[in-house]
Design a protein around this ligand. Structure first.
Ligand code: ZN
Length: 711
């Protein structure tokens, strides 16, 4: 069971016996009828307003400095920027309203004002939705003295503290159940926000603790509550150094605390959406687009993030926030305009609301050029809002991948594979849907011509899909049916090759004989730590007549003796099978990882030749467009029409984002008979012709983005 299945199967508060009587009393006070919660059915599959209503969020991370602004003026700046939903810091550590909850420290410049309340009232008058942002990660000395039991403790008993003299509460204590709930309830009762967001919901190395020198692992909280909870779960004391058992304990602690908050909100203020930055026991899932460090650019990050959220969990909040600053340690270093626009294009094409995180407010944005660009973008979205109501991905290729291991965290190697596959499909203009949920296979026979399975992906339903006529391509993951086990694996840092034995099977590879398929390649993890990995090749029994075969690593040095031990083999590097009415193909090596790491075009050619062969050369989109154009095909069920989004990524070069190069005369030939096509950016109808179940059209000019409405 992965974390999402667990989440979907869990309802109700898990009041464990480690929850104190005081906390149970507080929870009962805030949760009338909480005894019935566990029996309440899971929420239905209705789409949420945030996925249906064209939404433009101004995500305002308040500083004390900003409280000196006039709230009405902030709302006026939001109106001017066409923001129709404000997410504003309410409190948690520092209150931006006159909180009466003990130890909820007021922002020093608040001095009796109700900044949050006045801003919320002005926002409502302007028909702007309100969200309340909380961050509980830093508490005062007074709170520590009054409630020493709430806090994260090192081995010597000292509390985790930071440079500003604040202290970090622990997720397993009563802090969130008592203090957290009181603060959230106060804000909910007074201001009725439609969204609640909690930031920094963590008890880990990311907590703002100064490292204790005598603690072998300062990331482990050793408070009484953690000690007792761990003993209860495992019958032994907390480990010296964190391990898998500790991670599971911490996850359970975090899940219980977040589920309790989710249930409190649902019970008392139904309809409010709850998002937790670090826990999935909530109504949604958010990702962040940030300026990456060094060479970690992942061109399709916003695309793939939103695509995966919306395909995997269509009933949940799916939101990609463009972070307007470079990092939490450089908040005045701003994301460049062209980079911001590319993230926005990708997010709205795949069905996320627009969301931009300000340091402070639009009034205090220090880069006016970025603010102007943002205003123009939001104005376009507002003027064309009909394009951005509920959109459903119409792609006929489904990429199934390993679920995230925690919100916004993925395992390095499967993620590398998926990035490569996503890039190869997108560069060849294949619309693609990405899912980490087996639920996506439920209607696969109707929706998809091809399912691509990568390492760690859920495979429930794939066999039935293929037996009934579907096609599946397995990458570096053995099909769970109709396959013997591999004879052995080649795990060698030297390069192995595949040899093209049947050139007719791979029309893109004319003139090519060998491609690298195993050996070392460098992979980058999401935290930016470089690590060298070996790509493996799995040896299966010989197949006479195989179109692609394995060539083992050879002598490569010195050049004078290179390749004198080259041996042709019959070891298949591509294995195909008929299964029922369908067909599967299996690459026993990581072509996706190779492409992500090396970007060698012949790997992409080999991959798309295999895909074309599986789908009978009947691509959903054929086009002469440059490979840097991303095409996203979406459907608007309530408007009975489709939208082809074209995103011009040609301005991206290494880790730089220039203006995209204008591209002309883009011919497209689409599966399906459409009778009209309107290019909304160009403001022009495009001529459309129909032949043999396909539609032919030409876009004269593409600058950054185009949305072609097809009906
Ligand atoms: Zn603890």
């Amino acid at each position: 069971m992965d974390r999402r299945q667990f989440l979907q199967s869990t309802t109700g508060v898990m009041i464990s016996s480690t929850v104190s009587l005081q906390a149970q009393a507080t929870m009962r006070a805030f949760l009338p009828g909480s005894a019935q919660i566990a029996a309440r059915p899971a929420a239905g599959m209705d789409y949420l307003w945030i996925n249906k209503d064209p939404t433009r969020i101004g995500w305002m991370i308040l500083r004390d400095l900003d409280v000196m602004l006039e709230p009405k003026a902030v709302v006026e700046s939001a109106v001017k920027a066409n923001i129709n939903c404000i997410m504003l810091t309410a409190g948690g550590s520092i209150a931006f309203y006159p909180s009466t909850v003990p130890f909820h420290v007021h922002s020093p410049s608040l001095s009796g004002k109700d900044f949050f309340g006045d801003l919320a009232a002005a926002a409502r008058q302007n028909h702007i939705r309100m969200g309340a942002r909380f961050d509980f990660s830093r508490q005062s000395k007074a709170a520590l003295d009054a409630h020493p039991e709430w806090f994260f403790r090192h081995a010597d008993g000292s509390p985790a503290t930071d440079a500003t003299g604040c202290f970090s509460p622990c997720l397993s204590t009563d802090f969130y159940r008592v203090q957290g709930l009181k603060i959230i309830s106060e804000v909910m009762d007074r201001y009725k926000p439609e969204l609640v967001y909690i930031n920094m919901f963590v008890n880990s190395i990311r907590a703002p603790g100064v490292r204790s020198t005598i603690d072998p692992d300062p990331t482990i909280c050793r408070c009484k509550s953690c000690e007792a909870g761990y003993m209860k779960k495992y019958g032994k004391p907390l480990p010296a150094i964190s391990n898998e058992e500790y991670d599971a304990f911490l996850k359970e602690v975090s899940d219980n605390a977040s589920q309790m908050i989710a249930d409190a909100i649902r019970e008392k203020w139904p309809g409010t959406l709850y998002i937790n930055a670090d826990n999935d026991h909530s109504d949604g899932h958010h990702t962040e687009a940030r300026t990456p460090a060094g060479n970690q650019v992942w061109l399709y990050s916003s695309s793939e993030n939103v695509n995966r959220q919306r395909t995997s969990y269509p009933e949940r909040v799916g939101i990609n926030i463009c972070i307007g600053y470079a990092s939490n340690t450089s908040r005045l270093v701003i994301m460049p305009e062209e980079e911001m626009k590319l993230h926005f294009y990708q997010a709205i094409a795949h069905g996320s609301p627009l969301a931009f995180a300000f340091t402070g407010t639009p009034l205090t944005q220090t880069d006016q050029r970025e603010l102007d660009a943002l205003r123009k973008f939001y104005a376009w979205h507002a003027a064309n809002a009909d394009l951005y109501s509920l959109q459903v991905n119409l792609a006929r290729v489904l990429l199934l991948c390993e679920p995230e291991t925690a919100p916004r965290y993925r395992n390095l190697l499967p993620d590398q594979t998926n990035k490569g596959i996503y890039s190869m499909l997108t560069e060849a203009h294949f619309p693609v849907a990405v899912s980490e949920s087996a639920k996506s296979m439920q209607e696969a026979a109707k929706k998809y011509d091809l399912v691509i399975v990568t390492t760690g992906a859920p495979t429930n339903g794939v066999k039935e899909y293929v037996e009934n006529g579907g096609r599946a391509l397995f990458i570096n993951q053995e099909p769970p049916f109709n396959f013997p086990s591999p004879v052995r694996e080649v795990s060698d840092s030297r390069t192995g090759y595949v040899e093209i034995r049947d050139p007719k099977a791979f029309p893109s590879l004319a003139g090519i004989r060998y491609l690298s398929c195993s050996g070392s390649y460098s992979a980058l993890d999401v935290r930016g730590m470089q690590s060298q990995q070996v790509a493996k090749f799995f040896i299966y029994p010989d197949e006479k007549g195989a179109s692609l075969t394995f060539v083992a690593p050879m002598v490569e040095q010195p050049a004078e003796f290179a390749h004198r031990d080259l041996k042709q083999t019959d070891i298949p590097a591509l294995i195909t099978r008929q299964v029922g009415k369908g067909r599967i193909a299996f690459l026993p090596w990581d072509i996706g990882g190779f492409y992500a790491a090396g970007s060698i075009p012949i790997h992409a050619g080999l991959f798309t030749d295999i895909v074309d062969s599986l789908i009978g050369n009947n691509r959903q989109i054929r086009s002469n467009a440059h490979r840097s154009i991303e095409m996203v095909l979406m459907h608007q069920p309530d408007k009975h029409r489709s939208i082809l989004h074209l995103i011009n990524c040609s301005g991206q070069s290494q880790n730089k984002y220039f203006q995209p190069i204008p591209l002309h005369s883009i011919d497209m030939d689409l599966l399906g008979s459409f009778s009209s096509a309107r290019a909304r950016v160009a403001g022009a109808d495009l001529k459309i012709a129909n032949r043999q179940g396909r539609s032919f059209l030409t876009l004269p000019l593409l600058n950054g983005y185009e949305a072609i409405v097809l009906s």
